[in-house]
Design a protein around this ligand. Sequence first.
Ligand code: CP
Ligand code: NVA
Length: 308
Amino acid sequence: MKKDCLSLKDLSKDEILSLIDKSIEIKKKIENREDYKPLKDVILGMIFEKSSTRTRLSFETGMKRLGGDAVFLSSRDIQLGRGETIEDSARVISSYVDIIMIRTFEHSRLMKFAQYSAVPVVNALTDLLHPCQVLADLVTIKEHFGKLDNLKIAFIGDGNNMANSWIYAASVLGLNLSVATPIDLSPSGIVIKEAVEIAESTNANIELTQIPYDAAVNADVIYTDVWASMGEEEQTARKHALLKHYQINENLTKDAKRDYIFMHCLPAHRGEEVTADIIDGEHSVVIEEAKNRTFAQLSVIMKLLGRD
Ligand code: CP
Ligand code: NVA
């Protein structure tokens, strides 16, 4: 049966750890310009129903670097955007390509697409989850600190797809995660419930708080994301009002660990969720984090296609 990568909760701790190690190995090979083409003859279909810079470029360039190819499919151009059913789109598109990544709105659209696709499907962001981003973030943390455990990771801001993905990752890997959001912008209740169940066997420590300082104090990693995600434009004013005390700035980070790193999946809005001095400052690793998307996704594609 074909495998998909739709959520980190579907993977075991060992599988995620080996994807991280594989990403670092692929990064070395690509950076050393080694002749390494494990994806020769593989074509990736890339379906975007929302905008993207990093996801598109990292998937497309990554495929080409490892000997494969990629086809960009914007919903503005394909019939899916004009009402062709997900079932037909998935069956037809998967008859042309070897693997598909899709960025869409409701998570149920992704699930349905994967159900009808004949080839593996990778979640490239839904309203609920963004697993490829968190995998790249884990690679970045492992490279920086040499480990993932015994670190306090703080997610501060909107309880959105990034917060949900971090909660799943922490639960599976047994990490120490503190999530600070306003009560009205809490992460998904289903995600929290499932993560708590998973955490029972992994000893993950997942704290949910409404106090940004509680998350930031002693943190090794401070993570934030935009206050209004794609598709939520009409909620911008409400969310900004709720989140105004959740900005990552000098005051909030003053009691973090001295060598803490600042992370953000990007795109960022300076002066909203983070100040320019933090995101452009010495603690920020956001550019390396974006770069690591390529290697994390290639490790997933190789695993799904059995080329690892
Ligand atoms: N972080 C991320 O997924 O960026 P894009 O929206 O540019 O793909
Ligand atoms: N939460 C953001 C992430 C963008 C990469 C969004 O969904 O728009």
